[in-house]
Design a protein around this ligand. Structure first.
Ligand code: NAD
Length: 253
């Protein structure tokens, strides 16, 4: 059940969560810590007074390399990497300029590459190494007005499978989660642009097959499973946490 912990699952294990200051990332940090991990948070907006919170822009290789080295040294190793930092973009291919395409790809896709590249030497030394990438319902669905965002998340989905193939023999499991529309500050910011945010939220809930938005803690549950030794034989899998949005072909009600 959501929010239930498996205390001790991650005892002695050390993790990095990117984009861990807000929403889904913050839920993942809470969950891994509750289950015993030491967790470093990488975010452009680090949480004040939080332990192991690093100001890292995943689009800036120097800040990534320095922070990964600092975490590896201070924790004495790195076992788990959750590549969760991401930004949204709206529009069709007619709407976003080249700079926007480069910027969103640089964060959502190359950001994952940068942090993974820096962490790999540490992960290779771990006996419980796991990477989990936060993909999206937009990875494989055609969503209107999400050409750029969907393309980055499609690339991330494919990258997850490529990384899984490349590193499984080194003992590093790579998997992903694919959230549906989740109740996070990101989605709240979008709702707040509507004339009637409460009515828009009700309509958004009703559009989900299971009748409500996904909770960040539900995504964190899936990440915690994939990152844990319980998932030792699960490699190159992307778990959909989307109330059935991707898998079902429901007729409109
Ligand atoms: P959020 O905006 O609440 O949190 C994202 C966090 O990432 C923020 O703390 C932000 O500061 C950080 N971040 C942004 N750019 C960064 C950068 N360059 N370097 C480091 N940190 C950076 O968003 P969320 O809803 O929790 O989304 C988290 C992830 O989940 C994203 O990858 C998003 O694409 C994915 N996702 C979200 C939804 C949803 O409906 N909320 C659905 C599917 C996938």
């Amino acid at each position: 059940m959501t929010g239930d912990t498996a205390a001790g699952t991650f005892d002695g294990l050390r993790a990095i969560v990117t984009g861990g200051s807000s929403g889904i990332g913050a839920a993942i940090v809470r969950r891994l810590r509750a289950d015993g991990a030491r967790v470093a948070v990488f975010d452009v907006q680090p949480v004040e007074d939080s332990p192991h919170s690093y100001r890292v822009d995943v689009a800036d290789d120097a800040s990534v390399v320095a922070a990964v080295a600092e975490v590896g040294d201070s924790f004495g190793g790195i076992d788990i990497l959750v590549n969760n930092a991401g930004i949204g973009a709206q529009g069709t291919v007619a709407d976003n300029c080249d700079e926007e395409w480069h910027r969103v790809f640089d964060i959502n896709v190359v950001g994952t590459v940068r942090v993974s590249r820096a962490a790999l030497p540490w992960l290779r030394k771990s006996s419980a190494a796991a990477i989990v990438n936060t993909c999206s319902i937009a990875s494989r669905a055609g969503l209107p007005n999400r050409a750029l965002y969907g393309a980055t998340k499609g690339a991330l989905y494919s990258l997850t499978l490529q990384m899984a193939a490349d590193h499984v023999r080194e003992g590093i499991r790579v998997n992903g989660v694919s959230p549906g529309t989740a109740a996070t500050p990101w989605v709240q910011r979008l709702l707040d642009t509507a004339d009637d945010p409460a009515a828009e939220r009700t309509a958004l809930d009703a559009r989900q097959p299971h009748g409500r938005l996904v909770e960040a803690d539900e995504v964190a549950d899936a990440v915690a499973y994939l990152a844990s030794p319980r998932a030792a034989s699960t490699v190159g899998t992307v778990i959909e946490v989307d109330g059935g949005m991707s898998g079902l072909r429901l007729r409109p009600q």
